[in-house]
Design a protein around this ligand. Sequence first.
Ligand SMILES: *Cc1c(COP(=O)(O)O)cnc(C)c1O
Length: 453
Amino acid sequence: MSDRRPPTTDDLLHWDREHVWHAFTQMQEYEPLLIESGQGATLFDTAGRAYLDGSASMWCNVHGHRHPRLDAALREQLDKVAHTTNLGLSNPTSVELARRLVEIAPAGLEKVFFTGDGSSAIEAALKMAFQYWRQAAPPQPARTRFIAIGEAYHGDTLGAIGVGGVDRFTAMFAPLTFDAIRIPSPGGPCPHTGRPAPSLAEVLASLAAVLEEHRGTIAALVMEPLMQAAGGILVHPTGFLRGVRELTAKHDVLLILDEVATGFGRTGTMFACEQEQVVPDILCLAKGLTAGYLPMAATLTTAAIWQVFLGSHADRRTFFHGHTYGGNPLAAAVALASLDVFREECVLESLAPKIVRLGEHMARLARLDHAGDVRQCGLVAGLDLVADKASRRPYPWQEQRGTRACLAAREHGAILRQLGDTVVLMPPLCITLDEIDRLAAAAEAGIIAATTS
Ligand SMILES: *Cc1c(COP(=O)(O)O)cnc(C)c1O
């Protein structure tokens, strides 16, 4: 129908309500906002109103929207081919990306399995770890279980929620998932009770006890390093990651690090695990991999793990797992260009003053009447809204204070995303100091609006 008129904004708003089922959204209460374009750290709606992208388009955006280098890389790849399969075939762009990822990843991670998104990077990691023990020399088929951290978030597919610990997302599906062994998170107060987190020593002691009790039956421990993202920006005490690596190594348990949220500069270094000199056995990357342009993920592992999957076809040692768009050349092209931008624009080197500035604003916001605990890790920070500041008593969750604060911040020119009653600031890494000031001011206005009525 070539004579169809272009839809008006009103048409689109109507069709959005009628047809689009939004992720993690109560559609009965959904407040539509159509973002039409972006530039740098700013997004524009269909009426031309500007908003700072305070959630980095859900952790993904790194160098800003419409970065000329990234746009050009995509166009160049389009002139070659958009997609070919990586099932038994290859293409130059994804080969080059695999090589570059190995160069920047912690030493020893040499093999790159391309997946489609964060959840599928985790699924691949879990299955890889499980199959590894079946085919190891000697085989240890009793190693079938996983250890996970309380309040962990590893995605929404069934394997990923099996190792997830955010009950409000996963409790409903418990009958469908496998039963991970959980240790408490040492990162920040319990989001339900406001009680302080257990100490580093307590958590490491409970991990040591679990490893002892389940000796010989654990395939891997999976965790988000330094900071748990969707659990509420739960920042771990220094030494936790190192302690976990030492204990897992001692018990011959594989360590899977989920850097889907922390990877690509978010915590101040390219990968969070660098800060405690930890090398995992398996590393999952996604959100920032293509700098927020296209879905792509990767599961990296060591030659030691890869090697047990080798054999003749008849040996049946193959990793029978894959995703149709794994290694997609368009996504690979933009991921490669993003790594170039990291280098050319000295992105990591530019972060320190931005992290300091965000910290100064968080310290100020922490003094607001209904601000509870404040946590920051690199260029991401979370602030808990509480009913009573002195006792840290949470608001009744039904009041949705976090959601209301973020919606109110839109009126002040920022898109923010809450995690329960935690208001989160996580701008693209390219944000300027002046933009951080404006983002914090919008967050402050939103918080005040949502906590004074
Ligand atoms: C977002 C996230 C995932 C899931 O990624 P998707 O691309 O949404 O499937 C997994 N792990 C962590 C730490 C995440 O933040």
